[in-house]
Design a protein around this ligand. Structure first.
Ligand SMILES: *Cc1c(COP(=O)(O)O)cnc(C)c1O
Length: 496
């Protein structure tokens, strides 16, 4: 493509009077007034006085501009995307077909219940499957994201303690390795965050946790495998201690995929959990959406789940039907305007049904195998701060040899030159040069091998010709945007 020409903003391509359309001649006289005086008049202050400044381009220029722009994006459909903490980047096309089925896309969110029985059945079926997968009594699919699920789950926990007049329980214990949304959601739910330390092996330090547990603790919030990709082996012990102290266990299920069908949070002693459908159960989620963060609870907490809920009932003819529950005394009320993000739910159900229980049980072992394969293949060049078997993802602390000055940021930028999306960088915060790699279960050995080769090449370049890495990327449409200025002073409109 000609980046000089078509990489410009469409406003820059504009030439006065150029156009790619022709409207029919206007037959309405300028002084026309409608005979029907029920047509409301546009208030004077809302009338446009000057013509809009719009780009003026011929059709071919516009088509080339947008097509070229679309190829500047990096996507799972164009290359390997080892971004850690994001799980499941592959989105089987059958799911898209299901989610965009006319029967679904044409339903209105406020349609009468009897007209949308199929949609309600989809919701209820998915809710039932997730309860089985999570080992929970009931799920709500209403929250729109993982963080939204965390907030909802913590509100359920608050409501539970309040219902027992245990109102002094306002603390949430969160490990120092937690995803940033965990402390943020706790704070938004009006709870106080208390940090528990990790041991040198990367898992939660039970000795550090024990003295923190008292009658002011509402919940212990944990991720398993944690954000270092490590399986927290002490969950049963931690759950016992938390429950003895009267606190509930919250499970951040954004990393559920390595234990899908193999271990269930409910069986480990968790009381409340969320799942990220847009991570473990497909749906593209680059750029922050769309998402879905269903929340599950163990028996005895169902009554606190938000409204509306979908209930299965017997139809007048004896068959099955579905009904919306919109009132209940102990429920949280609404956390979203509707029953959540329906298209994401449809994709998740299509994914579960197309894999079946046997397919779902292969997800974890394959994701784990792929992550460990990359980790072991690269640890001679990259610093592995925590040895041992990881689950679906792992973290390097930059290059082993730090003397070249090449940082994690440089490595990430150099990967772009080779057509790979960068891994997650500078998260988790436990290490200075974190490089968090997650291949997922869906990548072929050839893809993993070629990624490993490129990572080795970059390490060699760092030793032999560090400038090439330090000044990367060299062949992307944009090389070094000023991230800080863009965040502090975003320019969101174009002015000529
Ligand atoms: C992604 C993620 C979240 C937050 O989910 P969002 O849908 O981005 O709000 C929470 N915890 C972990 C471990 C995650 O990976």
């Amino acid at each position: 493509m000609n980046r000089e020409l078509y990489g410009k903003l469409v406003f820059e391509l504009s030439r006065q009077g150029r156009r790619g359309y022709r409207l029919p001649d206007n037959h309405i006289p300028d002084n026309f007034t409608p005979a029907d005086d029920t047509v409301p008049e546009i208030p004077d202050n809302l009338l446009r006085r000057d013509a809009l400044t719009l780009p003026e381009c011929d059709e071919l220029t516009v088509v080339r501009h947008y097509n070229n722009m679309s190829t500047n994006n990096f996507g799972v459909d164009t290359g390997f995307y080892p971004l850690g903490s994001c799980t499941m980047k592959y989105n089987p096309k059958i799911n898209e077909e299901m989610a965009t089925h006319r029967a679904f896309t044409r339903t209105h969110p406020a349609a009468p219940q009897q007209d949308v029985q199929g949609n309600l059945k989809l919701y209820h079926t998915l809710q039932t499957y997730l309860s089985e997968i999570g080992g929970m009594a009931e799920f709500t699919l209403n929250p729109f994201a993982g963080a939204h699920g965390e907030l909802t789950g913590l509100m359920v926990i608050r409501a539970y303690h309040d219902s027992r007049n245990d109102r002094q329980r306002r603390k949430v214990i969160v490990p120092d390795s937690a995803h940033g949304t965990n402390p943020a959601s706790a704070a938004v739910a009006g709870l106080e965050v208390v940090e528990v330390k990790s041991r040198p092996d990367g898992t939660v330090d039970v000795d550090d946790l024990r003295p923190l547990l008292d009658e002011t603790v509402a919940a212990v919030m944990m991720t398993n495998p944690n954000t270092l990709g490590l399986f927290e082996r002490n969950i049963p012990e931690i759950a016992r201690l938390a429950h003895e102290a009267g606190a509930l266990m919250y499970y951040d299920g954004a990393n559920l995929n390595p234990m899908l069908g193999i271990a269930r949070p409910g069986d480990m002693g968790f009381d409340v959990m969320h799942i990220n459908l847009h991570k473990t159960f497909s749906t593209p989620h680059g750029g922050g959406g769309p998402g879905s963060g269903p929340v599950g609870v163990r028996a005895g907490l169902e009554q606190f789940l938000p409204l509306p809920r979908v209930e299965k009932i017997e139809a007048p003819d004896g068959g099955e039907a579905y009904r919306l529950v919109t009132e209940s005394t102990e429920a949280l009320g609404a956390v979203s305007a509707t029953l959540g993000n329906f298209a994401v739910q449809a994709r998740a159900l299509a994914y579960i049904l197309s894999l079946g229980s046997e397919g779902l049980m292969q997800v974890g072992p394959l994701a784990t195998l792929n992550a460990n394969y990359i980790k072991e293949s690269l640890k001679d060049d990259y610093l592995l701060p925590i040895e041992g078997v990881c689950k679906h993802e792992f973290v390097f602390d930059g290059l082993r040899d730090k003397s070249t000055g090449v940082t994690t940021l440089n490595i990430a930028k150099r990967l772009l030159d080779h057509g790979y999306h960068a891994p997650t960088i500078y998260f988790p915060l436990l290490f200075h040069e974190s490089l968090m790699i997650e291949p997922t279960e869906t990548e072929s050995k050839e893809t993993l091998d070629s990624f490993i080769e490129v990572m080795h090449d970059i390490a060699r370049e760092a030793r032999e010709t560090p400038d090439v890495v330090l000044t990367a990327p060299h062949n992307t449409p944009i090389a070094h945007p000023d991230d800080t200025a863009a965040a502090l002073n975003p320019v969101t409109t174009f002015t000529l």
